[in-house]
Design a binder for this molecule. Sequence first.
Ligand SMILES: NC(=O)c1ccc[n+]([C@@H]2O[C@H](COP(=O)([O-])OP(=O)(O)OC[C@H]3O[C@@H](n4cnc5c(N)ncnc54)[C@H](OP(=O)(O)O)[C@@H]3O)[C@@H](O)[C@H]2O)c1
Length: 258
Amino acid sequence: MSVAVITGASSGIGREFAFKLRDMANVKEFWLIARNSERMEKVRDELGVPCKIMSLDLTKDEDIEKYREALAIEKPEISFLVNAAGFGVFGSFDMLDEKTVTDMIDLNVKATVLITHMSVPYMKRGGRIIELGSGSCFTPLPHFNIYSSSKVFVLHYTKSLNYELKPYGIRATCFCPGWVDTAFLPKSLDAKGAYVPKSMKPLLNVSKVVTGCVKASIKGRSMYVTNWYTKMQHVLFKILPDCILTKLWLGMLKKNEE
Ligand SMILES: NC(=O)c1ccc[n+]([C@@H]2O[C@H](COP(=O)([O-])OP(=O)(O)OC[C@H]3O[C@@H](n4cnc5c(N)ncnc54)[C@H](OP(=O)(O)O)[C@@H]3O)[C@@H](O)[C@H]2O)c1
């Protein structure tokens, strides 16, 4: 039996991928990974298909090792891998404490790479990998620096991975959504005194963007940029120099009240 492995499966985009892969790709078994097992049990009950729930903190090396051990014992055939576990925090470089910075890099970058590296040997031709980039990975973004930089890594890494895995019939897609209506945004905007966007519009529907990404992944696309606004940003960011883009970005920010 083939399985889909999803990190960040307890909420938002990761959770939505479970339902879309069940409905659109006929996935009949899942490995759900996140920290909150109660929320994953709820997802499992709503999915109505067999799920292995792994309560792991992917910023911790020992928890990532537990995933390696589970693979070695169960030897699943992985049809889809979705690395949706991730978080971001708005705040200037000097505002963010070291733990927040390292957790963001460890989760968004290191865990994404390691989980993929461990999973690929269990994938066959036709296997699909979806890594979570972001609409914020196209240009430098002061005050969202560590997060957006972590996603730049994911974009380049996924495009290269897609190329390297092509001869094996496995494709990797970097999913680059604009702002999506999930728990991510309130958490990322929390810091008092931080510069944050004046508006989060257009705010995208999670079901719609994940549907689009599943289609792109099945087609073997190396990248999926969601809506017209994010696509326009992607093109503009290729044309305009960083100094103009940075000015435009800074003009879109306001200070969070202390
Ligand atoms: N929402 C947006 O606007 C947006 C836009 C572009 C990209 N993204 C990216 O999309 C991905 C999913 O975000 P989302 O919008 O679905 O946000 P979300 O609802 O907050 O989901 C984040 C997921 O990551 C898991 N997670 C967080 N820390 C973890 C840790 N240390 N170990 C294991 N799992 C952890 C969370 O589960 P637990 O708390 O149970 O661990 C949760 O399942 C992220 O990579 C984010 O950067 C989001």
